[in-house]
Design a binder for this molecule. Structure first.
Ligand code: GLY
Length: 413
């Protein structure tokens, strides 16, 4: 099988690494890719150039396209490729609304009794501002309906913060809603779906805030580990029966079968489990921690999902633990500089895998090219082993302004 992966982050590098090292394929292209992808496998077509992607697939006889990020899925890349008889792993534009419209996701959850917290909808900014005048209990959660590159959720602690978030993020006619603020521990469940069946991958936990102790602004994710012990067998059973399967069955009933990755962002509270959000792709950096634990061939799982035969396969994971720590550019998630030379990657011990994200290669040297730069990953017999090994090696990697959290997996340890 020949694959083309669409995207440029650590998730896409991890998918390419897995497919090319587990016997799934010896030809895995990535577009547009990053500095971690071998030059001859890196394709310079951007993720929104569907025509260019389809042309490349035909030219190279690619068997399967895997779409990493949500933006091309929400813009209909899976529909576009399928209409041209190209096999693609990822949901249709309509199914991707589970992520591209948070209100649509809420409707599906409410209709199919999937546990999620109460929400109140507003048709525009003015209505929301009127409501804010009546709120006396903070924090509240304000969410924009549409995609906002991870910046569409505000959790103001008081009125001034709410007004600041609204003035910065909400446009006059944006649909927006307010949710209860839940307190508990988060977990990410990635489910592979074929329209009828869903197979859950090992549960993981992301760390979204920039600073240790889950302080500071939200980021795309500063590190993850798997399995996440907060997801006990009993809770996983609940998630399958009350969240993942009802979501896939519900979408089928709506006439919008869901194929691809259904990612449930969960909050585990004293009162039970609640869905914070659905995403329609692999979590990044969650999948970087999950893939090293997978047994067998990722390509077989993806093929079964695309062909609608997931019920015929089982997915197994190693009885080990994995952790990934994101190294970011200084200043991220605010402003940061690019083009800093990255040194030390060749000095790492063999048990460390580095998935590149915001990097580029020039004349054999590697430079920073984004906010999240590298995903340093390690697997061990225990989570503590994996974490200790990782943190004993990560300091060998250097670039000006490099920043990483020192406490990934702290909740589990
Ligand atoms: N790690 C969060 C996300 O992928 O959305």
């Amino acid at each position: 099988m020949k694959y083309l992966i669409v995207g440029s982050g650590g998730r896409e590098h991890a998918l390419a690494w897995r497919l090319s090292t587990d016997g799934s394929s010896d030809e895995v292209y990535v577009t547009p890719g990053n500095g971690g992808i071998k030059e001859k496998l890196r394709v310079g077509i951007s993720a929104d150039d569907f025509e260019g992607i389809a042309g490349f697939v035909k030219e190279k006889n690619i068997d399967m396209v895997i779409v990493g990020p949500e933006a091309p899925l929400s813009a209909g890349i899976a529909d576009y490729l399928e209409e041209r008889n190209i096999q693609v792993f990822g949901p249709s534009k309509k199914a991707a609304r589970l992520e591209s419209s948070k209100l649509f996701a809420k409707q599906i959850m409410n209709k199919y009794n999937i546990p999620t917290c109460n929400h109140k909808e507003f048709a525009n900014k003015e209505e929301l501002l009127k409501y804010i005048d009546t709120v006396d209990n903070y924090p509240i959660v304000i969410k924009l309906d549409g995609l906002a590159a991870g910046k569409g959720v505000g959790i103001p602690e008081h009125r001034d913060e709410a007004l600041k978030f609204i003035s910065k993020m909400v446009k006059e006619n944006d649909k927006v809603f307010v949710e209860d603020h839940l307190v508990g521990e988060e977990a990410s469940i990635l489910g592979i779906c074929d329209g009828n069946n869903v197979k859950m991958l090992v549960p993981s936990q992301d760390h979204k805030r920039i600073f240790d102790g889950d302080k500071g602004p939200n980021t795309g994710g500063m590190g993850a580990y798997a399995p996440a012990p907060v997801m006990t067998d009993e809770r996983l059973d609940f998630v399958y029966k009350k969240i993942m399967k009802p979501a896939v069955d519900g979408m089928k009933k709506e006439g919008i079968p869901f194929k691809g990755v259904l990612y449930a962002g969960l909050m585990i509270t004293d009162d039970g489990i609640s869905v914070l959000e659905f995403n329609v792709r692999f979590g990044d950096p969650e999948i970087q921690a999950v893939l090293p634990l997978l047994e067998g061939r990722l390509g077989d799982i993806i093929e079964a999902a695309v062909k609608g035969s997931l019920d015929k396969i089982d997915i197994f994971f190693k009885n080990k633990h994995s952790i990934t720590v994101v190294m970011s550019s200084g200043g991220y998630p605010g402003g940061y500089e690019k083009g800093k030379e990255i040194r030390g990657l060749d000095d790492l011990s063999d048990d460390i895998i580095v998935f590149h994200a915001g990097t580029k290669k020039e004349n054999g040297r590697c430079y920073t090219n984004g906010g999240r730069v590298l995903n340093v990953t390690c697997t061990g017999d225990t989570l503590k082993d994996a974490r200790d090994r990782l943190y004993s090696e990560i300091n060998k990697i250097h670039f000006d302004g490099a920043f990483f959290r020192k406490d990934i997996a702290y909740r589990a340890l």
